[in-house]
Design a protein around this ligand. Structure first.
Ligand code: ZN
Ligand code: ZN
Length: 222
């Protein structure tokens, strides 16, 4: 692991601890009453902290961010950690929800987004990150990949649980008024009858994408 990766990781820990918004989400996650919306909040908040950490690191060592291999290594390290973190938080909350609902299905992991990370490293190495617009595009991509780690979890598990016989509802909310494209996609859908773009997040998308599930027939019997 590179010295720069280490530095970024230690900055990330420091900034995460001092970030009030992230800490309040962590409290909610630890309350015993959290749901997958809170995990989506967590993924977005950790992405926002990551953005700040990269802005700091790039202003301190702009040259390092012109080397494709080094960028790929740093992104691989950082996202490796966040992939573990976001998935383990999601699995934890999922198990609590399942226990309460009497469901015994193991949470599944989506693949690590290696290709997206390699592509971002390739594109970034061609750009001058001391330029404000390029920097903003880079950090938006970082946040996008981070948020998508949870969206990939949702997609994988919605599919798995539906196939296992649960009734699964996919919920996409644009409560913070993302954009016209997202507002058309917003809604509650019975999986697998979902719009094909329901899992897609454009850069800077602030939508929340989650699911809820229940044992099939739970309400049919009432
Ligand atoms: Zn949007
Ligand atoms: Zn959106």
């Amino acid at each position: 692991m590179s010295a720069l990766s280490d530095k970024i990781k230690s900055d990330l820990i420091k900034l995460s601890k001092s970030n009030g918004h992230l800490q309040s989400i962590i409290k909610r996650l630890e309350s015993g009453n959290a749901n997958l919306s809170d995990v989506d909040d967590f993924a977005q908040a950790t992405g926002a902290v990551l953005k700040k950490v990269f802005e700091k690191s790039i202003s301190e060592s702009p040259k390092a961010f012109t080397d494709e291999q080094l960028i790929a290594e740093i992104l691989g390290d950082i996202f490796g950690d966040n992939y573990e973190l976001i998935n383990s938080v999601a699995e934890n909350i999922q198990k609590q929800l399942d226990k309460a609902a009497g469901i015994g299905i193991k949470p599944q992991r989506a693949d690590f987004p290696s290709e997206r990370i390699e592509n971002l490293a390739k594109v970034t190495a061609q750009k001058d990150l001391t330029d404000k617009t390029s920097l903003s595009e880079f950090t938006a991509s970082v946040e996008n990949i981070n948020g998508s780690i949870f969206t990939d979890y949702v997609k994988t598990n919605a599919d798995f649980r539906s196939k296992a016989g649960l009734k699964v509802y996919v919920i996409r909310s644009d409560h913070s008024k993302c954009c016209a494209w997202c507002s058309k996609l917003a809604g509650k859908y019975v999986y697998p009858d979902v719009p094909k773009d329901v899992w897609r997040r454009h850069k800077r998308c602030t939508c929340e994408i989650t699911y809820v599930n229940e044992k099939a027939g739970t309400y049919d019997q009432i």
